[in-house]
Design a protein around this ligand. Structure first.
Ligand code: FES
Ligand SMILES: [Fe+2]
Length: 384
């Protein structure tokens, strides 16, 4: 484990009690050394959400899991002929070519595009053209990684010593525990890149203080005065927002527009947000779940996969049986607004005129996230 490149003083300033704490220094968002440390201490040692199980239902269906900071070929998560889900390093054992390209697909076997080494869906090497007669195919199977499923979401980790997924996720916020998400289906997915450090996007998710200036349309539906943070619990940070009078959900019309409820009964009058450290945001609305998966590309660049899941009963035989644009048009605007303001911060952080400041009294959620980061900086160990 490399040593944390931040000074002990900078780290303890963040870990101070909320009333006295200072935000992370600019270097935490700008420097390659910090980024490399975060990869080793956080992303390579944590269960990360990489997709949905219903994308890999049939034998041979695979999805690409860009683990860590997407610097390498990542993992391929594939359903075996025995219907078991497995994860393999997406790299050929011959001369290191990347095995699969793209986000997902279906294959009969995993065949390297370079010289044709072919692996079965269990990772065993089946064919190695021109290999010498005494070549031991059994010793050249794909190297595996851990994979597991929670509420229909596929998680993978590079850390052989990480606790089991269920243990690592505990305690799951009540609204996610009590809502049956395994039956939710994806209605929409959009992927974009933000020219901002991944932590700026996380901090942005942790407060609604910015709604009045950045998202006036969201402020009308869920006024930030009625928002509250839920104290952090294990790897989760949460927050709850109440609807303005007459509002049913967060959408362009403020109504469910015919969509069935998804959230468990106790959570249909609110928006329930939860960030799973380090890089999964979930926002449970009465009738849908919004998720954002962050994939850090470099200190100043982050890929975001934003998805909307609705109750399976909202789908007819040919797709969603409701008007999606009520949701997608609304969230496209909100996402663009958040992205623009985080990119503005990324630029500002390189100014010699910036110094970390105190948190305002409504930024306890931001401090909660920064504390998790600082603790990982301090111990070289992600929150578990
Ligand atoms: S690198 Fe894969 S077959 Fe040669
Ligand atoms: Fe926002």
């Amino acid at each position: 484990m490399p040593l944390c490149p931040l000074s002990a003083a900078d780290v303890s300033a963040v870990l101070a009690p909320f009333e006295r704490a200072l935000a992370l220094p600019a270097t935490a968002y700008l420097e390659d050394a910090v980024f490399a440390f975060e990869r080793a201490a956080i992303f390579d040692r944590t269960w990360l959400c990489v997709g949905r199980e219903d994308d890999v239902t049939h034998p041979g269906e695979w999805l690409h899991a860009p683990l860590g900071t997407m610097a390498g070929p990542g993992l391929v998560v594939v359903r075996g002929a025995d219907l078991k889900l497995r994860a393999f390093h997406n790299v050929c054992r011959h001369r290191a070519a990347t095995l699969v390209s793209g986000d997902c697909g279906r294959v009969h076997d995993l065949r390297c595009p370079y010289h044709g080494w072919t692996y079965d869906l269990g990772g065993g090497l089946r064919a190695a053209p021109h290999a010498p007669g005494d070549f031991d195919r059994g010793a050249h199977g794909l190297l595996g990684a851990r994979v597991d499923v929670w509420q229909g979401f596929v998680f993978a980790t590079l850390d052989a010593s990480a606790p089991p997924l269920a243990e690592a996720l505990a305690p799951v916020p009540a609204w996610l525990r009590e809502t049956s998400l395994a039956h939710a289906r994806r209605a929409h997915r959009v992927t974009y890149e933000a020219a901002a450090n991944w932590k700026l996007l996380c901090e942005n998710f942790q407060e609604s203080h910015h709604f009045t200036r950045i998202h006036p349309a969201l402020e009308r539906l869920t006024p930030n005065d009625d928002a509250s943070s839920v104290p952090s619990s294990g790897p989760w940070l949460g927050g709850v927002m109440r609807f303005a009078d007459g509002v049913e959900t967060v959408s362009a019309s403020g109504t469910r527009n015919g969509r069935p409820l998804l959230a468990a009964a106790s959570y249909t009058q609110q928006v329930s947000d939860a960030l799973l450290f380090p890089a999964l945001f979930t926002s449970l609305q009465p009738d849908y779940l919004l998720t954002y998966r962050l994939q850090p590309l470099s200190p100043g660049r982050t890929r975001v996969v934003a998805e909307i899941f609705v109750h399976a009963s909202a789908f007819g035989p040919h797709g969603p049986s409701f008007d999606l644009t009520d949701l997608t048009s609304f969230w496209d605007v909100i996402n663009r607004q958040d992205r623009a303001i985080c990119e503005s911060q990324q630029t500002g952080l390189s100014s010699p005129g910036f110094r970390p400041s105190r948190y305002t009294v409504v930024e306890d959620g931001v401090h909660g996230f920064d504390r998790m980061v600082a603790r990982a900086y301090q111990t070289g160990d992600a929150e578990r």
